[in-house]
Write a protein that binds this ligand. Structure first.
Ligand SMILES: [Ca+2]
Ligand SMILES: [Ca+2]
Length: 107
């Protein structure tokens, strides 16, 4: 059960990015493109350079989405241009822009 499918592994991004200790605490701050990129990159837990739906779900969970599965699905609908179910490097920009537009905030 060690990580071949990727599903069973605990995403490191949760530990590192959801503590929020390094982020400004006051009010809600709009997440920056750089922060978003960092989160998505770290949520590529199997480091294959592609973001699967499961990895996206973890990323949206990190972002505090209440329905990360739905968010992941919507993001794929939007950004997965070639329809293979993964976000590759070329599609990454679209994903980041799309997510930025949906206005995530850091609390
Ligand atoms: Ca991956
Ligand atoms: Ca794709």
């Amino acid at each position: 059960m060690l990580g071949l499918g990727g599903d069973a592994s605990v995403p490191k991004c949760i530990d590192k990015y959801c503590q929020r200790s390094t982020w400004p605490k006051r009010a809600s701050v709009r997440i920056t493109e750089d922060q978003l990129r960092g989160i998505f990159i770290r949520c590529d837990t199997n480091k294959d350079g592609l973001l699967s739906k499961e990895e996206l779900r973890e990323a949206f969970a990190c972002l505090g989405s209440r329905m990360p599965g739905v968010r992941a699905w919507l993001a794929l609908q939007h950004a997965d241009v070639n329809g293979d179910g993964f976000i590759n490097e070329a599609e990454f920009d679209k994903l980041v822009k799309y997510t930025l537009k949906s206005g995530y905030k850091i609390n």
